[in-house]
Ligand binder design. Structure first.
Ligand SMILES: Cc1cc2nc3c(=O)[nH]c(=O)nc-3n(C[C@H](O)[C@H](O)[C@H](O)COP(=O)(O)OP(=O)(O)OC[C@H]3O[C@@H](n4cnc5c(N)ncnc54)[C@H](O)[C@@H]3O)c2cc1C
Length: 480
């Protein structure tokens, strides 16, 4: 039976393993994970009635892969949207919070008019946005930075005060370095197909008129979903579904070597695993180290993908100490404000079941591209920054009743200019290594649904490769 090894037990590697194991249960499968637990960036801690997420806390409902996987795992009933009063988001301007204009939540604007009323922009900034429809479309095929696109179409203010802080919340990135085509191809398409964002929005509105309307009085479905008891529910279910697989937890893969028939993976501690097929579901920098011996060129391209270091700090308080209500899901902070905290989530408003009655749970994010030292600061410093932030925004002086810090050094891949070209080069080079595939957030999407998609794709590639390898006619020995 052909053996497969999956390196990396984050959501991408687990999805690949789960799909392969479900479809080919007799094929031996080993999952190697450096940490002593599965899940990678997905970490849920359940303590004293709190559900604390150390990494992601929800996923986009519009991308179907995560909902589909939850359905396959029997978790559909456990899915939960954000509470209706936890759906509004805020943006900081000069230390004060202002509601994010309607139609702008997902970074791809669906309405422009509410922007005209926001105190986040000056009259001049609004005027600049209002003429968006007259800005000629750029019809060149080269990659453009997100900052350049928004400056060009909507003006500098719209970028600095709206788009940039939202971008920080999504991938902790710098808009002047990030690739529009890799992160928001929808924006590029809107301009290319309709000539302007405003015309694209109008066209989308016309199409929506033909869609089934949401019943009057009913709450529209949530754009974000999570699991009642934390995203680790997905990891736990997959783990249970992989009962026939072998695990090497707490074992680091050191290098991949070619063998006559497939590969061998050297682990720390001296063990070596043979594999006909291999899925590397590790961050690009780790994948580069694994591949260095067999393909220095691919390793070089993988090393060009930069990463940002971030930390999350979750604090709990008795509800009675709050002087200001926690409205909406939280807020994001533009770089311009010069604060170490780049945003806070009011977890207990967004997902009320995540804190016990009478308590609130708040989560702060620190560190972004170009400011990695902030995300890597010592615990006491992180805590001091978050307390200062809450004092200034909520007038909150009390000590937290509980706190948790999670660190993500080199944890956020940055899809900088030229990213799609780099990914294409990696994929092209991997075609010369039969049976070797990659998956995960480093390539074609950092969100959980994207990572699930990539894991499923890798599983399908392994299955096809092994089926073909094992049904191919056995070469006949030449006779003299
Ligand atoms: C703070 C934070 C908040 C986020 N919020 C959201 C959110 O709300 N919604 C959303 O959709 N996405 C969010 N994301 C992004 C999303 O969580 C990640 O992109 C996704 O979980 C990555 O999954 P992965 O499997 O690709 O990688 P990982 O989860 O990083 O898994 C890779 C695994 O490989 C292991 N590994 C590495 N090297 C080796 C080696 N040599 N040998 C063995 N094992 C190795 C690592 O230990 C790790 O477990 C967030 C990310 C962070 C950091």
């Amino acid at each position: 039976m052909p053996r497969t090894v999956v390196i990396g037990g984050g959501i991408a590697g687990l999805t690949a393993a789960f799909r392969l194991h479900r479809e080919c249960p007799d094929w031996p499968l080993t999952i190697v994970e450096e940490a002593g637990r599965l899940g990678g960036k997905i970490v849920t801690e359940r303590v004293n009635g709190f559900v604390i997420e150390g990494g992601p806390d929800c996923f986009l409902a519009a991308k179907p892969a995560a909902v589909r996987l939850c359905r396959e795992l029997g978790l559909e009933d456990r899915l939960q949207g954000t509470a209706p009063n936890g759906r509004r988001a805020y943006v900081m301007r000069r230390g004060k919070l202002h509601e994010l204009p309607d139609g702008f939540t997902g970074l791809v604007p669906s309405r422009l008019w509410p922007l005209m009323k926001t105190p986040l922009l000056s009259p001049l900034g609004k005027l600049r946005m209002a003429v968006e429809g007259f800005v000629p479309a750029l019809r060149v095929d080269q990659d453009e930075s997100l900052a350049s696109f928004v400056h060009r179409r909507l003006g500098v203010e719209a970028y600095e005060r709206l788009l940039e802080p939202l971008l920080g919340g999504i991938c902790a990135g710098r808009g002047d370095e990030l690739s529009l085509g890799a992160i928001f191809p929808q924006l590029q398409r809107m301009e290319r197909e309709h000539g302007s964002l405003s015309r694209a929005i109008l066209a989308a509105r016309k199409n929506r008129k033909h869609a089934v309307p949401v019943a009057r009085g009913s709450t529209p479905p949530s754009a974000f979903l999570t699991l009642r008891n934390g995203l680790a529910e997905i990891v736990e279910k997959i783990h249970a579904g992989l009962s026939g697989a072998n695990f090497r937890l707490g074992r680091r893969a050191l290098r991949v070597r070619r063998r006559e028939c497939g590969y061998s993976v050297d682990l720390d501690g001296g063990e070596s695993l043979g594999a006909e097929a291999l899925v590397l579901a590790t961050p690009a920098h780790a994948t580069a180290n694994l591949l260095g011996d067999i393909d220095a060129e691919t390793a070089g391209v993988l090393k060009e993908i930069p990463y940002a270091s971030t930390s999350t700090v979750s604090l709990a308080f008795p509800r009675s100490v709050l002087r200001v209500p926690l409205t909406g899901s939280g807020y994001v902070v533009p770089r311009l404000e010069g604060r170490p905290v780049l945003g806070c989530t009011w977890t207990s408003t967004k997902f009320p079941h995540r804190s016990p009655e009478g308590s609130v749970l708040i989560r702060a994010f620190i560190g972004r591209a170009g400011e990695d030292h902030l995300g890597e600061a010592p615990d006491e410093q992180l805590l001091r920054w978050v307390k200062e932030e809450l004092r200034s925004v909520l007038d909150l002086e009390s000590e937290p009743s509980m706190m948790r810090i999670y660190r993500w050094p080199k944890g956020m891949p940055q899809y900088t200019l030229g990213h799609l070209g780099r990914v294409a080069r990696v994929e092209q080079r991997l075609a010369s290594h039969p049976g070797l595939f990659v998956a995960g957030s480093s390539y074609r999407g950092i969100g959980i649904p994207d990572c699930i998609d990539s894991g499923e794709r890798a599983a399908d590639q392994v299955r096809e490769f092994l089926r073909q390898a094992h049904t191919a006619p056995v070469p006949q020995k030449e006779t003299a």
